[in-house]
Structures are given as C-alpha cells and as structure tokens.
Design a protein around this ligand. Sequence first.
Ligand code: ADP
Ligand code: ADP
Ligand code: ZN
Length: 216
Amino acid sequence: MNIILLGPPGAGKGTQAQRLVDAHGMRQLSTGDMLRAAVKAGTPVGLQAKAVMERGELVSDEIVSALIGEELDSMGPDMGAIFDGYPRTAAQAEALDDILAARGRKLDHVIELEVDEDALVERICGRFTCANCGKGYHDKFAQPRIPGVCDKCGSTEFKRRPDDNEDTVRTRMAEYRAKTAPILPIYEARGIVARVNGMADIDDVTTAIERIITSG
Ligand code: ADP
Ligand code: ADP
Ligand code: ZN
C-alpha cells in the first residue's frame, strides 16, 4: 500500500502518519523530517535547505525527490509507504510516478485532509514533539497524559520547530495554495482521491482514514 497524505501545514498529516505506522507497520516518508535531519547533521543538502525552510519556502524538487527515492530503497518491497509532505509541486508528483514505477509500486490512495485555514495558525503555533522519539503533541489539543513526560518513550525533553511561527506559517500556507493544491486534479483524474474532514477530533480523523484504506 502506498498512500499520500495531502493538506496544508498543520492539517494533521504527521499525526495521522504516526498512527498508521503504529497500527500497520507502514513507513512514514516525511520530506520535512528528512530535511530537518539533514540540517541538523550539516550535510550538503541540509546546508542548502536551511535558509529556505526558515523562510517557509519550498526546497528544490530535485533534492526532495532524491531523498524519497533513497528512503524507498532502504525499505523492503512489501512495506507500505505513507508520503507525508511530499509531493508538494506538479514536478514532484511527476517524479513520484517515476520513482514508484521504477520500484514496482503504485499509488493506492491520496487522502486530502480538509481544514479551515483559520485553525492552522493555532495548530502550528502550539505544536511540539518529543525530542527523543519524535511523537507529536499540541499545547491544547494533544497534551501528554502526564504533563512533561512523553506518552510513548517517557522522555522529558521536547522541542519546537523554528519555522512554527505565525509569519512563516503564512508563507507556507501561500506556498500550499499556489503550488500544492493544484496537483490534486492529477490524482482526481485517476479516481484515487478521498477527502477527510481534518477539523474533526484526531481519533475521528484516524477512523475516517482507516475506513478509506481498508475499503480496497
Ligand atoms: P502536519 O504534519 O500536517 O503539518 P501535524 O500532524 O504536525 O500537522 O499537526 C499540527 C498540530 O496540530 C500538532 O500539534 C497536532 O498535535 C495538532 N493536531 C493534529 N490533528 C489535529 C486535530 N484533528 N485536531 C486538533 N489538533 C490536531
Ligand atoms: P508542514 O507539514 O508543517 O508544512 P513539513 O515538515 O512538511 O511542514 O515541511 C517543513 C519545510 O520543509 C517546508 O516549509 C519546506 O521548506 C520544506 N519541505 C518539506 N517537504 C518539502 C517538499 N516536498 N518540497 C519542498 N520543500 C519541502
Ligand atoms: Zn517520546
């Protein structure tokens, strides 16, 4: 199974991808996470991407598509893939078709998380993650069960992204509207798009996604 989670920043892609990983042993392929790891490690890709990400603009199509290809090559052929934050442009959508075909994979579902833009700033500005295992949280909507302790690994260290501020979020939303939303018709023409109400509670969004991927 190969699925794309599509939606603007803060729509809930990462949250839902983590749940699919836990429930089905699929792999989350988040270009945002891969790029942040490259920035942290100071690799050539990271050095190129850092300033672009801080401005909330898009990193080059070549860089992100290469990262996706490498990640797929590290997976067994039967392991399902959840694309989170990729593709984000028409060129990336085309590249993904080639990348998948070359590995004998095909796209099963493109799941669009529909959200109210007004809610996104609050979601992004309250977002934090466990510094040890990466589990995602929110100040108001998804707090750890025990304050200050990660539910999954027990760590007491958390982190926030430097680009999760109101200014950058506006740029990221504009990038989504201009470059990412226009790729939906490509997938609609193939009859593989399903829409989910991303404003529902996190558990209800998960239920809706499960229904889509188990319906064949
Ligand atoms: P994305 O990966 O699409 O940018 P995230 O999954 O990181 O989005 O979610 C952004 C923030 O909103 C996180 O702090 C997350 O805990 C919270 N969140 C995710 N889904 C929901 C939801 N359905 N309702 C309320 N908050 C949510
Ligand atoms: P979010 O889902 O909250 O928008 P991501 O973690 O997916 O954030 O992406 C963070 C940043 O990384 C983006 O603003 C962009 O600069 C860069 N990035 C991530 N994925 C891509 C991609 N597929 N194409 C271009 N840039 C990307
Ligand atoms: Zn943790």
